[in-house]
Design a protein around this ligand. Structure first.
Ligand code: HEM
Length: 624
C-alpha cells in the first residue's frame, strides 16, 4: 500500500514538473514573440553537445524569418532574446546600453579573486574599473609596447628558420601563433620574457594551456553557472583551477615586489596599473589589479592567436591575396626603413586581410548582454524583465549573404573603405560595440599586424597534405570511441592493468615469499597483449589472430580485456553485443578512412580511468 502511495506521489511530482516545463516553454508564445521549438533540458541549445557555438547560433539564425527583428529562445529553461535586426542591435549596444550594461558571466571573487576581471564585472563596479583601465590602452601606450611585440615576432621568425629545411615543411601554425601570443601577453601585460619558442614548457605557457585547453568546467556546466550564479555562490564554486589562481596571484605579487625592490620602470600594462594603484585612493586594489592582469591574458591571448592563425590559413588557400599582402608589407617596410610602429600602421591591405579574417572567424561568435532593468522592446508592447539574456549572433550575421555576398569566400577587398561605408554599422561586430567594446582592440590589431607582417616578409605559406580543408571547428566532428570487437580489445584493453587486493597472507607460488594481507597485485594486461612473444608484430591490427584455431594456440592469460575468474566483467555479453550492433550498423552504411586530422598514432589520455584516446578521433566518413 505504502509503495503504491509512493509511486502515485512520484508520478504526481513528475506530471507537475512536466506541466511546469511545458508551460515554461510557452513563455514567448504567450507574449506573441516569434520563437523556435525548444526541448528540455537545454532549450534551443541542445546541439551544443555536438557542435560549436558558432554553428549552433548560425543554425538557429537561419531558421528565423528574416522579416522578424528578434526571436525568443531558451537557454535551458531561461528565456533569452536573439536580436537579428541590425538597427535594433545598434540600439541595444549603444543608445540603450544603460539597460544592457553586463555580459552576465559567472564570477565568484570571494573564492576566486581572479574571476573578477573586466569582462565579468557588472554594474557600477565594471564602470569604475573600466574608467580606471581606459588610459592603459591609449595610442601612446600602444607605441611604447611595440618593441615587445617586435622582439617576440623576431623570435618567432628565428624559430621558423630553424624548423625549415631546404624543402617546404609542414608546421602546426596554430601552436606557433599560440606561443607568440603567450610571449606577447607575458611581455606586454606582465613584463616577463617567456620565449616559448626556446622553452615551450615554461610555467606561463603550461598555465595558459590549462586555462584554455582544460577549463575547470565544461562549456555546458559554465553556462549553467552563468545562468544560475546563485548555485555557484551557495556552493562556493571557483571559476578557475586552483593552480591557475595561485600562479597568477604569485606572478603579480612577485613581479610587483621585484619592481619595488629594483625601482625599475617598464612599459607594460602592469606598470600602468601600478601607477593607477598608487595614484589616488580611487586606484586599483591589489586583488583588482591581479584580476585585471589575468583578464588581459584571458581576453588577449586566444583572440589574437586565432586571428593570426586563421589569417595565415586563408592566405595559404588564397595565394593571390597572400602575394598582395606581402607586397603591401614589403612596400611599407621599404618606405619606413624597416619594421617600425609607423610602418605597421601603414599596411592598408594587410588590415583588410585582418578584418576579413575577423569577419569570417570572430573570436566571440555570439555577443552577450544581460538587462539590469525592465526594457520595452522598441516597436512592441513587450517588456523584457530585468536579468534577461540578449544574444547577438555575430558569426551568423558576418556570414549572412545579404550583407556579405558569397560569404564563404575570403575577399579582403570587402574592407576597402568605400565598401565598408556601404554596409550597416552592425554587420561587423568582431570587437563588440558600445561602451563594452573590446578595451584591447588597439593592442589586438597591433599584435596581428606585427606577427603577420614579420611572417609574410620572410616566408611563403601554402596548404600542406594535412591542412584541414574546410576547417573543422572544435566539437562538430564525428567522434568514434574505441569500443570494438575482440581484436580491437587486444590492442586497446579498456582496463590496461587489472587490480587485485589480497585479503590474507599468500605464498607466492614457487617461492618462500609470503605476501601480507592487503597487498596490491597488478596484472599488466595492455603490456601482455602487446608482447610479441604472444602476438608477433603486435602493433599490426590483424583480426585473424582471433580465428578459433589461433586462439586455441595461445595461453589463457594472453587475453584479459574482460578480466578473468569470478570477478570477470559482469557485462561482457552486453558489451560485446553493443559493439556488434554499433559496428554492424556503421559498417553496413558507411566507409571509414583516416582524414587529415585523424591522430596517427593515437595518443592516450593521461588522466582517464580507462584507456582512451586524448581528444577526438576524427575520421572521414562516406555513405556507401
Ligand atoms: C583580435 C583580437 C581581439 C578580439 C577580436 C577581441 C574581441 C573582444 C570582444 C568581442 C569583446 C566583447 C565586446 C562586447 O561585449 O561588446 C572583448 C572584450 C574585451 N577584450 Fe578583447 N579582443 C581582442 C584582443 C584583446 C586584447 C589584446 C586584450 C587585452 C590585452 C583584450 C581585452 C579585452 C577585455 C578586458 C574585454 C572586456 C571589456 C569589458 O567588458 O569592458 N582583448 N574583446
Amino acid at each position: 500500500m505504502a509503495l503504491h502511495v509512493g509511486l502515485f506521489l512520484l508520478a504526481g511530482v513528475f506530471a507537475l514538473l512536466y506541466a511546469l516545463i511545458v508551460q515554461r516553454y510557452r513563455y514567448w508564445k504567450i507574449r506573441n514573440i516569434p520563437t523556435l521549438p525548444a526541448s528540455f533540458p537545454l532549450g534551443n541549445f541542445g546541439a551544443l553537445r555536438r557542435r560549436s557555438p558558432a554553428e549552433v547560433s548560425t543554425e538557429l539564425y537561419r531558421q528565423m524569418d528574416p522579416k522578424e527583428r528578434f526571436y525568443g529562445l531558451f537557454i535551458t529553461l531561461k528565456p533569452a532574446i536573439m536580436v537579428t535586426d541590425l538597427d535594433l542591435i545598434k540600439t541595444v549596444l549603444i543608445k540603450d546600453f544603460n539597460y544592457f550594461p553586463d555580459h552576465g558571466i559567472y564570477r565568484n571573487e570571494r573564492v576566486d579573486p581572479i574571476s573578477a576581471h573586466l569582462f565579468c564585472l557588472e554594474g557600477a563596479k565594471w564602470k569604475s574599473v573600466r574608467s580606471k583601465l581606459s588610459p592603459t590602452f591609449t595610442s601612446g601606450r600602444m607605441k611604447a609596447m611595440f618593441p615587445v611585440l617586435h622582439e617576440v615576432a623576431g623570435n618567432f621568425r628565428q624559430y621558423l628558420q630553424t624548423q625549415l629545411t631546404a624543402e617546404p615543411t609542414e608546421l602546426d601554425l596554430k601552436d606557433c601563433c599560440a606561443r607568440m601570443m603567450i610571449d606577447n601577453i607575458g611581455g606586454c601585460a606582465f613584463g616577463i620574457e617567456c620565449n616559448s619558442f626556446r622553452e615551450p614548457n615554461s610555467a606561463f605557457r603550461r598555465t595558459g594551456q590549462l586555462v584554455f585547453d582544460s577549463p575547470r568546467y565544461s562549456a555546458l556546466a559554465t553556462s549553467v553557472l552563468t545562468l544560475y550564479p546563485a548555485i555557484g555562490h551557495a556552493l562556493g564554486l571557483k571559476m578557475h583551477h586552483d593552480e591557475v589562481i595561485e600562479f597568477f596571484t604569485e606572478l603579480v605579487r612577485d613581479t610587483i615586489a621585484m619592481r619595488e625592490r629594483s625601482a625599475t620602470k617598464r612599459n607594460d600594462l602592469l606598470e600602468i596599473m601600478l601607477e593607477l594603484k598608487s595614484a589616488t585612493e580611487a586606484g586599483l586594489t591589489m586583488d583588482e589589479l591581479t584580476a585585471q592582469a589575468f583578464g588581459f591574458f584571458l581576453a588577449g591571448y586566444e583572440t589574437s592567436s586565432s586571428n593570426i592563425t586563421f589569417c595565415l590559413y586563408e592566405l595559404a588557400l588564397n595565394e593571390e591575396c597572400q602575394e598582395r599582402a606581402r607586397a603591401c608589407v614589403l612596400e611599407a617596410l621599404r618606405k619606413h626603413g624597416g619594421m617600425t610602429y609607423e610602418a605597421i600602421a601603414d599596411m592598408e591591405y594587410l588590415d583588410r586581410c585582418i578584418n576579413e579574417t575577423l569577419r569570417k572567424y570572430p573570436p566571440l561568435p555570439v555577443l552577450h548582454r544581460l538587462s539590469c532593468k525592465p526594457y520595452r522592446l522598441p516597436g512592441t508592447d513587450v517588456i523584457l524583465p530585468a536579468k534577461t539574456k540578449l544574444l547577438i549572433p555575430v558569426y551568423a550575421i558576418q556570414r549572412d549573404e545579404r550583407y556579405y555576398p558569397d560569404p564563404e569566400r575570403f575577399d579582403p577587398d570587402r574592407f576597402a573603405p568605400e565598401e565598408v561605408a556601404k554596409r550597416h554599422f552592425s554587420t561587423f561586430l568582431s570587437f563588440g560595440e558600445g561602451p563594452r567594446i573590446c578595451i584591447g582592440q588597439g593592442l589586438g590589431v597591433m599584435q596581428s599586424r606585427v606577427g603577420l607582417a614579420t611572417l609574410l616578409a620572410n616566408f611563403r605559406f601554402r596548404p600542406g597534405p594535412t591542412t584541414p580543408i574546410p576547417l573543422v571547428y572544435a566539437k562538430n566532428a564525428l567522434t568514434l570511441q574505441n569500443n570494438g570487437p575482440v581484436q580491437t580489445l587486444r590492442k586497446y584493453p579498456p582496463l590496461p592493468v587489472l587490480h587485485r587486493l589480497s585479503c590474507k597472507p599468500y605464498r607466492l607460488p614457487g617461492t618462500d615469499v609470503i605476501l601480507p594481507a592487503k597487498t596490491k597485485l597488478l596484472i599488466p594486461v595492455y603490456a601482455i597483449q602487446r608482447d610479441e612473444r604472444y602476438y608477433p608484430d603486435p602493433e599490426r591490427f590483424d583480426p585473424d589472430r582471433f580465428a578459433p584455431e589461433e586462439v586455441a594456440k595461445r595461453h589463457f592469460s594472453t587475453f584479459l580485456s574482460f578480466g578473468e575468474g569470478p570477478r570477470i566483467c559482469f557485462g561482457q555479453r552486453l558489451g560485446v553485443m553493443q559493439s556488434r550492433v554499433g559496428l554492424a550498423t556503421l559498417l553496413a552504411n558507411f566507409r571509414f578512412r583516416p582524414g587529415p586530422t585523424t591522430p596517427i598514432p593515437l595518443v592516450y589520455a593521461k588522466n582517464a580511468l580507462t584507456l582512451q584516446n586524448n581528444g577526438p578521433v576524427r575520421l572521414l566518413v562516406e555513405p556507401l
